[in-house]
Design a protein around this ligand. Structure first.
Ligand SMILES: *[C@@H]1O[C@H](CO)[C@@H](O)[C@H](O)[C@H]1NC(C)=O
Length: 189
């Protein structure tokens, strides 16, 4: 486990280093100057999964994931609107789970590769910390195909596989943002 974390840490550092190289202005190098990176992007290092887990406060039965399609079905706002219809349940999306609400800000302002890496790791951490019944607001499903969603989404790449591996997750419910219909996609309710 430690070896894997060390590897991932080194791997992410390499990615960031590579991104930094590409971001360096070539004209400065050709002019013989030392490349100066403007902004804070180059200093931002994506936390490991273990580090990320310590930044989140995820309570049982409250995890709310979402994933929007190109038609704008399954957005963060729709997930929050659905949560607001269930007062007392305390359903929360990732952005509401940071122990320090400012923690993700430097990563949100970073270049797209760093930002993507950060939210991939954060989303996986949230899925690992989830317990009990989990909800996901996704595009409306097509008839009996209740696991039809965008394959490249964070949901499909990071969250759904992690939830299936998470022994503490008993049930995953998919919510249709159009009509609040629900369908169970994992476990027994
Ligand atoms: C989560 O929900 C399950 C099933 O409804 C329930 O048995 C359990 O007590 C809940 N856990 C918490 C901490 O509320």
């Amino acid at each position: 486990m430690l070896a894997i974390q060390a590897f991932l840490s080194a791997f992410f550092s390499f990615l960031i280093f590579s991104a930094g190289i590409h971001a360096a202005p070539i004209s400065n190098v050709e002019a013989g100057n030392i490349p100066v990176r403007s902004g804070s992007a180059a200093k931002v290092v994506v936390p490991t999964l273990a580090q990320m887990r310590t930044k989140l406060d995820v309570r049982p039965n409250t995890s709310l994931f979402y994933s929007s399609d190109l038609d704008g079905k399954g957005t963060c706002d729709q997930a929050k609107a659905w949560a607001a219809k269930h007062p007392g349940k305390n359903y929360k999306v990732l952005e509401q789970l940071w122990k320090d609400p400012n923690y993700p800000h430097p990563f949100e302002k970073s270049d797209p590769a760093i930002r993507k890496e950060f939210f991939d790791v954060a989303s996986k951490a949230m899925a690992e910390l989830s317990e009990g019944t989990v909800h996901v607001v996704l595009c409306p499903w097509d008839g009996s195909k209740t696991k039809d969603w965008y394959k490249e989404s964070v949901w499909n790449r990071m969250e759904w596989p992690t939830l299936q591996d998470n022994k503490k997750v008993k049930t995953v419910i998919r919510v249709n943002p159009d009509n609040d219909a629900e369908v169970k996609i994992l476990g027994n309710k």
